[in-house]
Design a protein around this ligand. Sequence first.
Ligand SMILES: Cc1cc2nc3c(=O)[nH]c(=O)nc-3n(C[C@H](O)[C@H](O)[C@H](O)COP(=O)(O)OP(=O)(O)OC[C@H]3O[C@@H](n4cnc5c(N)ncnc54)[C@H](O)[C@@H]3O)c2cc1C
Ligand code: SF4
Length: 435
Amino acid sequence: MPKLPADRSESVFTDAKPAYTPNQAMVEAHRCLYCHDAPCIQACPTGIDIPTFIRKISTGNLKGSAKTIFDSNILGMSCARVCPVEVLCVGDCVYNEMGVPPIQIGKLQRYATDAAFEQGWAYYAAGPDSGRSVGIVGGGPAALACAHRLRRFGHAVTLYEKRPQLGGLNTSGVAPYKMPAQRGMDEVDWVLGIGGIQVELGVNVGEDISFEELEFKHDALFLAFGLGPDSRLAEAGADLAGVEGAVDFIERFKLGQEDLSGVCQAVVIGGGNTALDVVRELIVLGVPEVTLAYRGQEAGMSGYTHEWDAAKKEGVRAAWQVQPVGFEGADGKLSAMRCVRLDAHKQPIPGSEHNLPAQRAYLAIGQSKLGDLVAGLQGLEVARGRVVVGPGQATGRPGVYAGGDCANGGKEVVNGVAEGRDAAIAIHDYLCALS
Ligand SMILES: Cc1cc2nc3c(=O)[nH]c(=O)nc-3n(C[C@H](O)[C@H](O)[C@H](O)COP(=O)(O)OP(=O)(O)OC[C@H]3O[C@@H](n4cnc5c(N)ncnc54)[C@H](O)[C@@H]3O)c2cc1C
Ligand code: SF4
């Protein structure tokens, strides 16, 4: 993949969880109890054998440790950084029940996988040519995990990605204090290092080529096209310059430059994890006053508590139980968000309309679902915008599989990896049965 420009706006961010030194990693690895029925493994969507990789770190076998991780999760390097471990493996570590700090599994995973990158250790080779080919729609985590596993089975793979780069939201969406975009791109190169994964960038499947044409070209398809654009509001003034989708904004400053000069106040509408990322990002990008505007109460936010706690410490303000009713501005530019207070039943309180001054308002109220792209394919079911899948990520249309956000409705990178990997195993069985 081509390198991203070095002067990206995200370059001002520092690592929220800096890497372990060898001594720190060794001390932490030795604390692990190597539990027999390790709950941390159950909590990992990719089922990484966590006690085994940690034990290998403790015995100095870093190469073997990283292999244990990659065997289950080929994007183990980025998952070590971006996984919400507090609610996954670390949250289930037995130490939590003893009132002792849990094992820092993510940091240990990063220690082992970073070593693999830096040393250039290669673990996997493509299998003998099977004569079968699979088309994959998308180039994000689910697509990459599927492509890599399919190559290990020896199938030809082509990724069709509409953007100019691979990586999906793992490159363009995750907060830069967790992982900068270039690191995600380097990982893409590492995954492609298995060889033989064809990449077609700038191909918008459904417009540039139809799904039926792809089915004709390949023996099976894996749909991994993620979610669509940010949801918008229909309120008056929502088209003013400065009222923007949150994911669009994140992508712009991660991959390029974003000019926030003159922005003294910004408001972020939403209460999920994207909203919490954006408020923290705006503070670091230098916006003096950042307000999270949420229609519920603090305890009702769907975003992770640990992320909100961090945002508060960084100086983010909150306006609880408010809802935008319009946007005001002059010369086409936003100057304030007009909002109304809501009661405990989320009903507007009469006479409570007021302005929140803001030169930017970011909508973090969800992303649209793209399932309609494939809704016309016979046998394939789409429900509430998601592609419906059964065991092995199979859709109801023979040879067509789906995974990641387009099927699960929007979860985490690690879920996309698990579903891409599982789909590859099911696709392999399907292709073997064709012969
Ligand atoms: C702002 C934000 C922050 C996040 N932070 C985290 C985090 O910290 N940790 C975490 O684990 N998860 C995080 N996530 C979620 C995570 O990024 C996703 O769950 C994950 O990337 C899903 O992978 P995917 O492969 O299903 O989809 P995506 O990563 O969205 O990849 C889909 C790809 O398909 C391409 N595509 C779409 N339509 C077409 C088409 N018609 N033709 C060709 N290509 C197409 C897209 O361009 C995209 O590259 C975050 C999400 C967002 C929005
Ligand atoms: S639960 Fe904690 S102590 Fe037990 S194996 Fe997992 S990381 Fe180690």
